[in-house]
Write a protein that binds this ligand. Sequence first.
Ligand code: BGC
Length: 442
Amino acid sequence: MSRFSALTALLLSLPLLAIAQSPLYGQCGGNGWTGPKTCVSGATCTVINDWYWQCLPGNGPTSSSPTSTPTTTTTTGGPQPTVPAAGNPYTGYEIYLSPYYAAEAQAAAAQISDATQKAKALKVAQIPTFTWFDVIAKTSTLGDYLAEASALGKSSGKKYLVQIVVYDLPDRDCAALASNGEFSIANNGLNNYKGYIDQLVAQIKKYPDVRVVAVIEPDSLANLVTNLNVSKCANAQTAYKAGVTYALQQLNSVGVYMYLDAGHAGWLGWPANLNPAAQLFSQLYRDAGSPQYVRGLATNVANYNALSASSPDPVTQGNPNYDELHYINALAPALQSGGFPAHFIVDQGRSGVQNIRQQWGDWCNVKGAGFGQRPTLSTGSSLIDAIVWIKPGGECDGTTNTSSPRYDSHCGLSDATPNAPEAGQWFQAYFETLVRNASPPL
Ligand code: BGC
C-alpha cells in the first residue's frame, strides 16, 4: 500500500471509529437498537432493560459485538427499604442544597452591583430548591449530589434528603411549546424515557442512606385531564400513562418518595375538573400497583398562586378554589374516595406577589413576581407535608424569540417579561425582579 493510500485508508476509517463506540451514558444496545454496540474506553455496556443498554462508567467486560452479553444491573430490590416510613417524608431530614442552583444564584449575585440586592441574591443560594432532570444528560449528576448528601449525613450525624423533579416524558409539554423536550413518541421516546428513569434509579440505589423526594412530570397528567382536545396531548396519552407508571414503579423500588404533579388551582381546581383529576390520579396509582412510596401530589409547580390568598385575585373570578389551599381541600376528599394518598407539597417559590396576571392561565415569566414563602414544614394544614420551592426562580419559563421552535405565544403576552431566553436557561433580569419583590423580603 502506498503512503498515500495508507493515509486515505486511515482517514476513511476515522469517522467509522468515531461512530463505532457509544459515548459515556450513550445507548449501546437493546431491542431495535441499530447504533454502536460498544462503549468508549472507561465505560461498560450495561443492560438497563430489554430496550435500553447504556454505557455506564467502569471497566467491566465491554460488549464487543451484538451477540456478547453485557453486565446486568437490576432495577429492583437492593438495600433500599421496601416499606416507607409512616408520615411526612420531610420530618427529621435536612434538605440538601442543590449545588446546581446555588451556583446559578451565586453567579447571578456576582452580576448585581447594588450591595443590598447582591446580599439578598446570595441568600437565595441557601434556600433549598428542587433540581430538575429535564434531559437525560443531566442524570449523571444525580450520583454526585447523592454522594455529597451521603457524606454530609455521615459527617454531621444528620439525615439528608435530596429533592428532584423527574421531567423528560416523550412529547413533553404537549399543550404548549416552551418546554418541549428531547424525546419524541414517534422516535422511540417511551423506551428512551424508560432508560432515563433507569439511569436515575441506578444512581439512587447506590445511596440508600439518602432519602430522595421526587416530583413526577409537571403538567403531564393535568394535560390529560383538560387538554385531550389538543392532538399532541391525545396522541401522548398512552405514552404519558405508560411512562409515569414505569417511573412510579421503578422509583418505588428504590424507596423514592413521590408526589405526582397536579397542576394548580386555576387548572385542575375548577370544580368541573376536580373529580376527573382525582379519578385519573387514583386509576393510574392503582394500575401501577399502588406503589407504597407515592405520597401524594405536588401543586402550583412553576406557578404563581398563593397558598392562602387574603382575598381572591380578580382573575380567579368564578372559581371558589381561588388559591392552593382551597384547591387542595376540595380535591382531597375525591382522592381519598379513590384510594389515592391525599398528601401535598406546594410550590411557593415565585408566589410572593399576587394579582399580577391578566389571565389566570398566564404562566410565562410573569412580570412583577417575587420569591415567596420559604420552604417549611409549618404548613397550617394536615394535608400539606411541606411548602417547597420547586421551580428554581431565575430559570426561564420560555423564550420570547418568535423564531424559536419552542416559542410559545404565552411568552409574548403583555404580562410576560420581554427578552427571555429558552426555558430552563438563566434569566438574569427575571431573577433580579424575584429578589427585589420577594415577600417575605430576603
Ligand atoms: C424547563 C426546564 C427546566 C425547568 C426548571 C422548565 O420550564 O423546560 O428545562 O429545567 O423549567 O427551570
